[in-house]
Design a protein around this ligand. Structure first.
Ligand code: DQQ
Length: 463
């Protein structure tokens, strides 16, 4: 199989031209155009020999591949290379801050770009920080978030402190080449027994600050919200960026319109042999708008640019869903769809949408709201050939609150946005060519569908 004829290759979520992709890196809008860099092994669909891949878009949706941006030193072992980092505008000079791994040692590096962002030169003064803070035993020292405030550049680097949990170390400098250590921005556990906080992303949102983390061994993305005072972050609340392990290592940036936009890595949920045979691995989430909310949660919704991909449309008038019914939506078939539904769960214990449904229902994937315990889940136990579990996220609805779903399916991706704040993603691999139906269902009581719209979405990859 080549990478181009794989039925699981997404049509409108970005995936690498060939080989392996993981974390989004260096997200920036530069001279009007959106640039997406990413962790990339161009040689095979497996992690290693890490380069930075590069793609560009005018609208966050249609991406064109550009030449590799960063490469490991020639002859490097698999574990060495150019790991995650960010892009900043340093007084008009595009600059990357990232982790270069040499001989297994993780080092903060700077690379300076040409005006067109096509050529990157590793700075002769690298590494710009010699190593982790003195006297601290750390499991890793990698991944960067950099911002400008007053006359200073600040950056945090992901790490951990033995016996205390994950950690972000905070630095400050007048240039991007010299950094003074200020202490830990934050230390602790978000999951159980956090060891290492990967890919920290720290920003102001409304009247609070948000620290997005990818902690190990939890291995999925979470956020803390709280106060940033005297170079310390005091967490007051937490939440999931996405309920699934299939979404990891997100990074956000602010575009020229002032919108905070996040991408995350959608890793595969099929075994390595299948990824190697397919010749590609990994996709990006849709761009997510990150917004403040009055309930303390972090708001997340798909960037409206997705609507430009909409084609044929169907809708259904409001109607009841009787208990224990499964109602196929006639005329709605496909593997690249957007579905928008508002549903009053009423007396139902479960209500939801089934996608990738085969005619005899021996393959199907369910997106389910469960009243008790108040959660959204994606049941992929009969989805096809990939992992057969049911990732979930808490979604407690207040009395009378309406379930508001935006569901995006894209060949092997199900990405769900619920009620403006709960996101849940799953990779699925239906095996039958006719697993393309959509249905509504309810159990345990009657629910009412208040609105139902679906669109075919077109492909957005320029290759
Ligand atoms: N991936 C990168 C690291 C990061 C991890 C290496 C998260 O920089 O910590 O590919 O997926």
């Amino acid at each position: 199989m080549t990478s181009s004829n794989d039925r699981y290759r997404p049509g409108y979520h970005f995936s690498p031209p060939t080989g392996w992709m993981n974390d989004p890196n260096g997200l920036i809008q530069w001279r009007g155009r959106y640039h997406l860099f990413y962790q990339h092994n161009p040689y095979e669909a497996r992690w290693g020999f890490m380069h930075w891949g590069h793609a560009v878009s005018d609208d966050l949706m249609h991406w064109s591949d550009l030449p590799l941006a960063l490469a490991p030193e020639p002859g490097s072992p698999r574990e060495d290379g150019c790991w995650s980092g960010v892009a900043v505008n340093d007084g008009g000079i595009p600059t990357l801050l990232y982790t270069e791994v040499r001989g297994g040692v993780q080092l903060p590096y700077v690379a300076v770009g040409s005006e067109d962002l096509l050529t990157w030169t590793k700075h002769p003064r690298n590494p710009v920080i010699a190593g982790p803070p003195e006297g601290v035993s750390v499991p890793g020292f990698r991944d960067h978030c950099v911002w400008h405030e007053g006359n200073w550049w600040y950056q945090i680097i992901g790490s951990g402190i033995a016996g205390q949990g994950g950690a972000c170390f905070l630095y400050r400098g007048t240039t991007l080449l010299e950094w003074e250590y200020l202490g830990p921005l934050c230390v602790g556990s978000v999951g159980e027994n956090d060891d290492m906080w990967e890919c920290p992303d720290f920003f102001a949102l409304g009247d609070r600050h948000v620290l997005v983390l990818s902690p190990l061994p939890l291995n999925r993305a979470v956020y803390l919200t709280g106060r940033y005072e005297s170079h310390r972050f005091i967490a007051e609340a937490s939440g999931d960026v996405d309920g699934s392990h299939d979404f990891y290592a997100p990074q956000s940036f602010v575009d020229e319109r002032g919108r905070r936009i996040m991408f995350g890595w959608l890793r595969e949920a099929r075994d390595e042999a299948m990824q190697l045979a397919a010749g590609w691995s990994g996709a990006m989430s849709l761009p997510r708008l990150i917004t403040p909310r009055t309930d303390g949660r972090v708001g997340m919704s798909p960037a409206p640019e997705i609507e430009a991909l909409r084609g044929a449309h169907i809708s259904r008038a409001p109607h009841d869903l009787s208990p224990d019914t499964f109602v196929p939506i006639d005329m709605l078939h496909g593997d690249m769809l957007e579905i928008a539904a508002t549903i009053d769960p009423g007396a139902a214990q479960q209500v939801g949408v089934a996608v990738f449904v085969s005619p005899e229902r021996n393959e199907e994937t369910h997106i389910v709201y469960e009243r008790e315990p108040g959660r959204l889940l994606i049941d992929r136990t009969r989805a096809g050939s990939g992992y057969a579990d049911s990732p979930s996220i808490a979604l407690p609805l207040d009395h009378g609150e309406i379930l508001n779903l935006r569901i995006f399916i894209d060949r092997s991706i199900v990405e769900v946005f619920a009620n403006g704040h709960a996101c849940l993603t799953a990779r699925v691999y239906p095996t039958r060519s006719d697993s393309d139906g959509v249905a509504l269902f309810a159990t345990g009581g009657t629910a009412r569908v208040l609105s139902f719209d679906a669109w075919e979405l077109s492909s957005s990859m320029h290759r």
